[in-house]
Design a protein around this ligand. Sequence first.
Ligand SMILES: C[S@@+](CC[C@H](N)C(=O)[O-])C[C@H]1O[C@@H](n2cnc3c(N)ncnc32)[C@H](O)[C@@H]1O
Length: 417
Amino acid sequence: MNLLPAEPEFEALLDYLKHNRGCDLTGYKRSSLVRRFRQRMQSINIGSYQDYLQYLQSHDSEWRALLDTVLINVTSFFRDRDAWDYLASNIIPKIIASVQPDEPIRVWSAGCAAGQEVYSLLMLFAEALGIEACLQRVQFYATDVDEAAIGQARLATYDSKQVTSIPPQLLEKYFEPTLDGYVFHRQMRRQIVFGHHHLAKNAPMSKIDLLSCRNVLIYFTPETQASIFVRFHFALKNTGFLFLGNSETLVNHRQIFTSISLKHHVYAKGLNLELNDHLLINPKSSKEQVIDTTTSQIQFWQTAYETSHEAQLAVDNRGCLVASNNQANILFGLTLNDWHRPFEELEPGKLLGSQTSLQTFYRNRRRVTLKNIEWNTSKGTSYFDIYIVPVFSQKQHLLGVNLTFINTGSLTTSSRG
Ligand SMILES: C[S@@+](CC[C@H](N)C(=O)[O-])C[C@H]1O[C@@H](n2cnc3c(N)ncnc32)[C@H](O)[C@@H]1O
């Protein structure tokens, strides 16, 4: 039987899983995927992809068994010990120094498997800050596409073989012995938010100081890896770090990341994202919405996105958010999922909507400044000057508006300028 990776019967299987089981494996490298599928098929005596498709259709739980074979959960505490020593002595102190004492430090273990990685991170931060300060200051997120793995990670119980890579003094300090192994420190475990998350599909976390994604990206095609790196760029604070696995290299044509340690696969954020990067994670919009994008539109988008250290947003002439820079994402808690959503539904849209509607600007086609606009949140009241600048194509068609929010901190009442 011909088993070329890209053969249509195999792709039909992936298509079925994606559309009928919500299990999207299309971004994974075909060579290893084919190997794993064959392994599963052999174990149930199925020889062809067509037969396996029928089997999947008639056995509701088969896709989960397949997923168990496809998703490789091999992991360990402090995996590649040298890299973790480097993290502890060089990176974690930098993160602690870069974050104000009253601000949270946010750490994300993406592809956390059964939790060993996130508990390793937790121990290192607790060692650096002390347990009390770590509990107060550091928020951990641990995500995986494999629900069963997350379930294990939540339990935090490990047998004596699994804990052999933990230095004895840390094992003693952070684990309690159980009848058949060890369980991680109960109170500290609560610092971790566990969740289901597909790296190539779901919106990334935001404002992350340290993103550990180790031994996961190797399973993806180069194109999917590139789109995940864009998501990671989006997820990280400007001062944040990315920690990859020992066999993973960041394919980084446009230098959106720069290497901090080639040996230990630690990266910092590099250049800002551009339109082409955005299209990598939203190919639907590239095909269906901006296929006829003109140069001036690209310039509009890039200018709106990159020009300022102030919070900036671009809204197109249909009233949808098309870009937001880092400052705006941080200020308004925006994520990539918000791009292409109606602006009026988003926090900055509501803030603006309390004063006037964007339609007014579209009609008047001239720049407007709103002074000292009050924004009430659970954290208190802030005041902004909002600059709204219409953006035109070379033929003077209105493309949308560029909004800049400048936090004045003023306590005067709002007035229009
Ligand atoms: C080999 S383990 C690595 C675990 C840990 N990061 C380490 O380095 O020890 C790979 C993990 O990536 C997860 N994974 C695979 N595809 C994923 C995806 N699309 N999104 C999130 N996690 C994924 C798997 O379920 C598995 O738990």
